[in-house]
Design a protein around this ligand. Structure first.
Ligand code: HEM
Length: 503
């Protein structure tokens, strides 16, 4: 009797599972059509690739791409398909289709989960996202941000404002025999960058514990974006986000664009948000998202740049010579006043090439887009409306056909060499994606390039650094969230600080 009951139960369970399976497949996952990019399956349907991504982070794309060796392929994840583009030529085709394969709707979809702003703000953000009826909040925000961070007076002011904060940190470092390099870089850059962006009333100036709060938020970002009971599943990140938002709410409640001494970027963003009726609390929540742009990639990048430079005695010596020839082997104040500050990428080609190579090797994120209408990409591949396009940097940055056989090596002079052979250089530029591309190319790229080069110049001018234990090694990166591109080190490096004899 009992055996037959068990068998019946198993049979019912099997029928229910099969029906659910069929329903999921039929109703939720759009069918694979003949022209779509080839499907790369997984032996665990629906969630196999999600498990892979959670396990390996964005490196998962490198593993799959190496196995299938396709210029574009489809991954099924739950009821969603992701089209993964690995060929630079197809990435350019995505960029050319920015109206139908769009960045803003993708970001807006995740925006509310990232920042926690309210429904009314979400309506303002979602309205006219892709410029269907002239400029909306997001389009205006984009245009203002691009204009305020473009090479010119505002960019110079912002970089100078950042440099003016640096000396006290260097002075303190001169008195420290030893320091944890990532932790030190994180504190210094957070304070100096946010002061440059927000002016003297910068919330981080008023409460330095916000530095820890920002990194707790960054650490829990994936769980916050998943948005399943975030206060329970990601309590630290959730609390940190609220604390940051409250601090920025106070900032915006007392904000005066003229007297704030804040950057042109903050002035423009405040004016646009206020004109649209966004409350100070919700401006503050949106600003917490902007902090990811300002800090989360920048700080690991500066840390790794310093490690690579100090790790290579010939490189640091050549970089010091190059800086000295431009009057940039100097103090933060003198570097800020140097007329060549804005043209550092041109006047210091070796340091710039090292920075570019740093991003090639260490920028491992994904550019993502939402398909708004069915598109035939490059007249060959059908991309279905509602699906996601992903362009993993790590795959393109490690492609030996684009970068040559030494692709796995850190070659600080790579971008110098390429400039001399025009064909390869052009080809490589399409495979070079640390700042994304097309209409949404990162507007902060000029600022972060100047900021990083100038900070590296300040450091090599004044200090020698060496690891307290053993030789320099390049620490492995640990991915914190899918929203960032340059991940922090898994382990900090404790370094001995020595003042240079002939600065
Ligand atoms: C090493 C540092 C940085 C890296 C690697 C980086 C990378 C990126 C990437 C990949 C995107 C998306 C582009 C796309 O998918 O096409 C982006 C967008 C953006 N970044 Fe950056 N970024 C950095 C620093 C900054 C800084 C310092 C700021 C601000 C001062 C900033 C502000 C932004 C903004 C506002 C967007 C959104 C652009 C839009 O609305 O179209 N970023 N960044």
């Amino acid at each position: 009797m009992e055996t037959s009951l068990n068998t019946s139960l198993l049979l019912i369970l099997a029928i229910v599972s099969a029906t659910t399976w069929y329903a999921l497949d039929y109703f939720y996952v759009p069918k694979q059509l003949p022209n779509e990019p080839p499907l790369v399956g997984h032996h665990i349907p629906y969630i196999g690739h999600i498990i892979g991504l959670l396990r390996h982070g964005t490196r998962y794309y490198q593993i799959i791409s190496a196995n299938c060796n396709l210029p574009i392929y489809t991954l099924k994840m739950l009821n969603m398909k992701a089209y993964v583009v690995t060929s630079p030529a197809l990435v350019s085709a995505v960029n050319r289709n920015s109206k139908n394969i769009a960045f803003n709707p993708f970001i807006a979809k995740l925006g509310k989960r990232t920042t926690g702003h309210d429904e009314a703000t979400s309506q303002i953000v979602q309205h006219n996202l892709n410029g269907e009826n002239g400029p909306g909040y997001v389009i205006q925000l984009h245009d203002d941000t691009v204009a305020s961070l473009a090479p010119g007076k505002s960019l110079e002011n912002m970089t100078q404002a950042m440099l003016k904060q640096v000396s006290p940190y260097l002075d303190a470092l001169a008195n420290d025999a030893e320091v944890n390099l990532f932790e030190w870089t994180r504190n210094m850059v957070t304070m100096c960058s946010t002061r440059a962006v927000y002016g003297p009333n910068n919330p981080f100036n008023r409460d330095r514990t916000l530095i820890t709060s920002f990194w707790e938020y960054d650490h829990d970002l994936n769980l916050l974006i998943a948005d399943i009971a975030p206060s329970i599943l990601a309590p630290k990140g959730y609390r940190a986000r609220n604390k940051l938002a409250r601090a920025f709410q106070e900032y915006f409640e007392n904000y005066d664009p003229i007297r704030s001494q804040s950057s042109a970027m903050t002035q423009a963003r405040y004016t646009n948000a206020t004109r649209q009726g966004i409350t100070p609390l919700n401006q503050a929540r949106l600003e917490v998202g902007t902090l990811i742009g300002i800090l989360a990639n920048t700080i690991p990048s500066i840390f790794y740049l310093l490690v690579h430079i100090y790790h290579d005695p010939a490189l640091i010596s050549d970089i010091r010579k190059e800086l000295a020839s431009q009057g940039l082997l100097s103090t933060p104040e003198e570097i800020a006043q140097n007329p060549k500050l804005l043209s550092m990428p041109e006047s210091c080609p070796l340091l710039h090439s090292t920075w570019q190579e740093l991003l090639r090797v260490h920028a491992l994120g994904i550019s993502a887009r939402l398909v708004l209408e069915d598109v035939m990409l490059d007249d060959r591949f059908l991309l279905q409306k509602g699906m996601i396009v992903q362009m993993p940097m790590a795959v393109m940055h490690s492609d030996s056909t684009a970068w040559g056989e030494d692709v796995t090596e850190f070659q600080p002079r790579r971008f110098l060499k390429q400039k001399n052979s025009s064909n390869t250089y052009k080809k490589n530029l399409t495979a070079y994606r640390p700042f994304g591309g097309g209409a949404s190319l990162c507007p902060g790229r000029h600022f972060v390039t100047l900021e990083t080069m100038a900070l590296a110049a300040c450091m090599v001018s004044r200090f020698d650094l060496s690891p307290v234990k053993g030789q320099w090694t390049i620490p492995r990166q640990q991915q914190e969230s899918f929203a960032t591109n340059v991940f922090p080190p898994a382990k900090d490096i404790r370094v001995k600080v020595t003042l240079r004899e002939n600065p």
